[in-house]
Design a protein around this ligand. Structure first.
Ligand code: C2E
Ligand code: CA
Ligand code: CA
Length: 834
């Protein structure tokens, strides 16, 4: 039911009740008047006037109690009626009651509706009590105390019961209070009160039986009793109010804002007997509204209220009045004025509420900050994933849980060439990739997994409760395969490769060891050119050092700990040296010689790559210049990290270095490894074109192992192809490997590219390759990588008395004849497709 309907419903029920009272009272009045006319009483006028006076006096002197917008009165009317009934015939008392109460209501300016109710009710009470008194107690005039008291008591009881029966429903309807709670309210006070009134009635009647004139003494007696009583009522009400205020302010003493507001609204409704209480908070645009026991509204301000009448508005501010948190509004359906005590209570309540709200708000803010800190401390700000610390904490917890179900494993995922994306497309794009990677990994993870970003382009997934260690590999596959699809960066599609390392929880060493093992596995994967590798203890020791190398890099670059060895590239047929590949070495002061696959990744990550690449290039060109000066025109091949190709300054620096060493551009070959990014990015195209334009030769390294060798070739016009070692190694045993070599050679012929086979370790391989038409070769068969000076000495020494040769020519099939000088120069020709 809408409040409006409820209001009209209430009005109708009220009117019906009061109407009934009026009808009954009118009936009683009619009968009484008729009886009075039939049997006139002696001194009707005088007795009647005295009764009227007494009753109107009794009605006027009363104790006021306010419930909501309604005032309730406890008066002496009944006492006066009872005295009247003891002295005069009932009809006269009924009529006098009507007149007396009417005068009383007029004197106290009671509104007409209530006045009519008061008159009617009291006439009914008088009639009922009169009937009971005279029906039971003819003997009221008899002797003996009991003969007087008993009928009076019974009649008085009737009067009280009838009064309550009529009054309580009306109050209940008018105030919306439950009848039962009204019935029990202050029942003790009401009972003693009724008893006291009965005593007054009995006392008065007994006194009057002694001497009628003593009637004069009744009003002072009643008045003093009244004062006593009203003081008691007041004291009781006040005490209750203070107790309730104390309870309420106590209840407000909580830190939860919702609870503070709910308590405040419902308690204030009771405390001030308000129809509606509203708290409007300044902070957060929030208004809470309700009545006793219920919250009717909680939300942003401005929703209109349905309670109109009196509104008492109190600012919610502290004692100092400095800071206000909002406004408290009490609404009543009628005119209301608070007593002084109530006003004080309201101020106290408002101030307590203000403090409570401020405390709760401060607490909420503190809690929020604490949460934020806790979140920030355990999560990665960019991706929202758990951070390294959180992963370690969670992992440690998991590993130390004694009866944890299943196997715990860690998958470490590292993006390859991520820095290229960052460097070329900017950090915003790099961030986007990381966020998307995080999303994909989270999407592919199981609910029990914990996906974390360890920093940079390194991610980790903690797998919990696996049925068996072997499942980890399968799950890692699933995780990594989600990164397969290219990433969409504002319309541009970027492929990112990733390597994964898997390790199952170790028996000892805890989470740190698990992380280390996964890390080792991941580097094993990278090294082996696999996507995923599972930790194998027997392959571990070699990698332990790698983990400690990171910090040594800056020193290594500064102290020139990096040197270069050169591995000759020879003409397979003649054995003549046609070039040399520069291979970096790290002479670590404590770890000794470290080979490139163990430090290259770290160099690329560290930001030291440009310095490293320059140092290598310099040493390579110095060597080439020395050989040249010694009469050996041996071009040097230098491996280039894909990342260097993202640096637009790279071609310029290469050209400058060539000039500085006074070398023709074609004495330098740059070996490129195929990566997807290499073919994708414009900047790489520009860098490579500029290098080509400078006259530098380009070779595609490890050919055949990459993704899309052919499509790559169409975009990056290179001069040479280097067949990966693995095909050469397997060419005798694997038809597939042989087929790759054959088709690479076909491709080289049709595009007019020089093809060099890597990893030639024995004569049969050399011969087989040569017979297939491969011109160049490199491998242990001819020479291992060696210092520049050693190579020069080898060149000078030559083979079979011929300087510049490293192997004997292939004698059979007229090899020497088949490989004239013209062919040799062709391997260095620059007749490339544009
Ligand atoms: P790569 O370019 O494929 O170099 C050839 C690797 O094969 C070298 O390993 C070489 O020592 C090895 N090798 C040569 N002949 C044989 C053989 O007959 N049998 C076997 N089993 N191996 C042979 P290394 O020196 O360890 O270099 C590894 C890789 O490190 C190189 O592979 C290259 O990708 C990279 N690298 C080396 N130096 C540099 C550098 O200065 N810059 C860059 N960016 N990468 C470099
Ligand atoms: Ca190479
Ligand atoms: Ca290679």
């Amino acid at each position: 039911m809408a409040p409006q309907d409820r209001q009209t419903g209430t009005d109708q029920r009220l009117r019906l009740l009061v109407g009934l009272v009026v009808v009954f009272a009118a009936g009683a009045a009619t009968v009484s008047v008729a009886l009075l006319v039939q049997n006139p009483v002696r001194d009707t006028a005088i007795v009647g006037a005295a009764l009227v006076f007494l009753i109107s006096l009794g009605f006027t002197v009363k104790v006021r109690i306010r419930i909501r917008a309604t005032q309730h009165y406890i008066a002496w009317t009944e006492t006066a009626i009872m005295i009247g009934l003891a002295l005069a015939p009932t009809p006269l008392v009924v009529v006098s009651t009507g007149i007396g109460v009417a005068i009383g209501t007029a004197l106290t300016r009671i509104p007409p509706f209530k006045a009519v109710f008061g008159v009617g009710k009291n006439m009914i009470v008088a009639t009922a009590a009169g009937l009971v008194l005279h029906g039971t107690g003819q003997s009221i005039s008899g002797d003996g105390l009991v003969a007087v008291i008993a009928p009076l008591a019974i009649a008085y009881l009737a009067a009280v019961v009838i009064d309550e029966l009529i009054t309580l429903p009306v109050i209940a309807i008018a105030t919306g209070t439950r009848l039962s709670s009204l019935f029990y309210q202050d029942w003790d006070l009401r009972l003693t009160d009724s008893f006291a009134r009965l005593l007054v009635v009995v006392g008065t009647v007994l006194t009057l039986r002694m001497d009628n004139r003593l009637l004069l003494a009744v009003p002072p007696l009643v008045l003093s009793l009244h004062l006593l009583y009203s003081n008691r009522v007041k004291a009781r009400t006040e005490q209750q109010a203070w107790q309730r205020l104390a309870r309420t302010t106590d209840a407000l003493n909580v830190v939860d804002l919702d609870q503070v507001l709910t308590t405040a609204v419902t308690q204030a409704a009771e405390l001030f007997s308000a129809d509606e209480v509203e708290i409007e908070l300044r902070e957060g645009d929030r208004t809470v509204r309700g009545g006793a026991g219920t919250i009717t509204y909680d939300g942003p301000a401005a929703e209109p209220t349905t309670v109109d009448g009196t509104v008492l508005t109190t600012p919610l501010e502290g004692h100092d009045r400095a800071v206000g948190v909002g406004t408290l509004r009490l609404r009543f359906r009628g005119p209301v004025q608070l007593s002084e005590r109530e006003q004080y209570t309201l101020r106290t309540f408002a101030s307590a509420l203000c403090t409570a709200v401020r405390n709760a708000q401060a607490y909420a803010e503190l809690a929020r900050i604490a949460d934020e800190h806790a979140y920030a401390a355990t999560h990665d700000a960019l991706t929202g994933l758990a951070n390294r610390r959180h992963l370690l904490d969670q992992g440690t917890e998991q590993l130390s849980t004694r009866h944890a179900e299943g196997v715990t494993a860690l998958v470490l995922i590292d993006l390859n060439h991520f820095k290229e994306v960052n460097d070329t497309l900017g950090h915003a794009a790099g961030d986007q990739v990381l966020v998307q990677v995080a999303e994909r990994l989270s999407g592919a993870a199981q609910p029990t997994d914990l996906v974390a970003r360890l920093g940079g382009d390194e991610f980790a997934v903690l797998l919990r409760g696996l049925p068996a260690p072997a499942v980890a590999a399968h799950r890692a596959e699933t995780l990594l395969s989600t990164l397969h699809e290219p990433f969409d960066l504002d319309g541009m599609r970027i492929s990112v490769e990733a390597s994964g390392g898997i390790a199952a929880a170790p028996a000892t060493g805890g989470m740190a060891e698990l992380l280390r093992r996964a890390d080792v596995a991941m580097y094993q994967a990278k090294r082996a050119g696999q996507r995923i590798s599972t930790y194998a203890p027997n392959r571990d020791t070699a990698d332990v050092a790698r983990l400690t190398l990171g910090g040594d890099l800056p020193r290594a670059v500064a102290d020139q700990e990096f040197t270069v060895n050169f591995q000759p590239i020879v003409d397979l047929g003649t054995g003549a040296v046609t070039g040399a590949e520069a291979l970096a070495r790290w002479h670590h002061p404590t770890h000794g010689m470290i080979d490139p696959l163990r430090f290259l990744e770290a160099v690329e990550r560290s930001g030291l790559l440009p310095a490293f690449a320059e140092a290598i290039l310099d040493q390579a060109l110095v060597a080439a210049a020395t050989w040249r000066d010694a009469g050996f025109d041996v071009p040097v091949a230098v491996n280039v990290s894909p990342r260097s190709l993202l640096d637009a300054r790279f071609p310029g620096s290469v050209a400058a270095r060539l000039r500085a060493h006074d070398l023709p551009p074609d004495s330098l070959v740059l070996e490129l490894t195929e990566t997807l990014t290499l073919s994708q990015l414009d900047v790489v195209d520009r860098v490579l074109s500029r290098l080509r334009d400078e006259g530098v030769r380009l070779a595609l390294d490890d050919f055949g192992t990459g993704y899309s060798s052919l499509s790559l070739l169409s975009r990056i016009p290179v001069h040479e192809l280097k067949i990966d070692r693995s095909f050469v190694t397997e060419m005798e045993s694997s038809a597939e490997a042989a087929a790759v070599i054959r088709s690479t050679l076909d491709l080289g012929r049709s595009l007019d590219l020089t093809v060099i086979a890597e990893g030639v370790e024995n004569e049969p391989q050399r011969r087989a390759l040569w017979e297939l038409g491969c011109t160049g070769g490199q491998g242990h068969l001819f020479a291992r990588p060696m210092p520049a000076g050693t190579l020069l000495a080898a060149l000078r020494r030559g083979s079979g008395g011929r300087p510049g040769l490293l192997a004997a020519p292939l004698h059979d099939a007229g090899a020497v004849v088949r490989l004239p000088a013209s062919r040799r120069s062709a391997t260095r020709g620059r007749n490339q497709p544009a």
